[in-house]
Design a binder for this molecule. Sequence first.
Ligand code: ZN
Ligand code: FE
Length: 256
Amino acid sequence: MKPLEIHMFPCLSDNYGYLIHDAEHDLTATIDTPSAGAILAALETTGWRLTHIFNTHHHPDHAGGNLELKEQTGCEIVGPRADAARIPGIDRQYGDGETFQFGGHAVHVYDTPGHTTGHIVYHLPDDSVAFVGDTLFSLGCGRLFEGTPAQMWDSLQKLMRWPDDTLLYCAHEYTQANARFALSVEPNNPELVARSMQVDGLRAKDEPTVPTTLALEKATNPFLRPASAEIQEAVGSNGEDLVEVFARTRALKDNF
Ligand code: ZN
Ligand code: FE
C-alpha cells in the first residue's frame, strides 16, 4: 500500500484545508469545506480529482463549501449520522465505532460531541493520522457550543486512547493564543514552556504548528491534563473529579 498523501493549505482567516489522496485508487477527499475556492485551487495545484468530502461538523467554516464542491466535481459527501440534517448534501452517514475504506486506507469514525452535538473525527490507524476538526487543537480544545464538559471530556478521552505517535490534524491555527492560556495554568511544565517557544518561532516565520502529535498534546495541552496538580491548583479544584477540573479549565479559557 502506498502511503496516504496529505496536502495542507490555509483557508479563511485561521482554518486549515486538507486534501488526502490515495494514488493507487485515484481517490481524493477534502476534510471539511471551509472554502470551495481554496479547495478548488488546491485541487488545481495537486492535479488531484475530488471524489469525497469528509465533514467533521456542520459549522459554516467546515461544511459551507459542500454544495458548490459537489456541484462542480460530483463528489460524495460523508458526514456524521448524529447531525445528518445539518450537513448540506450528505450522502453517507457514519457514527461512533463505524469504519469504512478510503481506497486502501481504513477510516475509523468516532462521535466526539462537545463543540457540537454531532461532531465526528476520522482516524486512519494504518497511516497514524487523524483529522480532529474542532474537537482538539494544539494546546486547546473546541468551545462547548452545544455539549457539556462531561461530554467533551469523554470525547477527548477517546482520542487519548490512540497511539501516542498519531499525527493530529486540527482545523484551526490557534496554537499561539492557546499557549498563552496553557502557560497561565501550568507555568512550570517544562515541555509546555519548550513547545510555546517552538510555536512562537514557527509563527514568526508564518509556518504552521499543525499537525501535532498525541504524545506532545498529552504532555502540554491543559485540556488533556486535568490530573496535573499544578492545573488543579490554578483552577481551584482538588482533582477528585477530573470532569470538574476540565470544566473549570474550559470556563477559565472562555474568559481568558
Ligand atoms: Zn466549529
Ligand atoms: Fe471551526
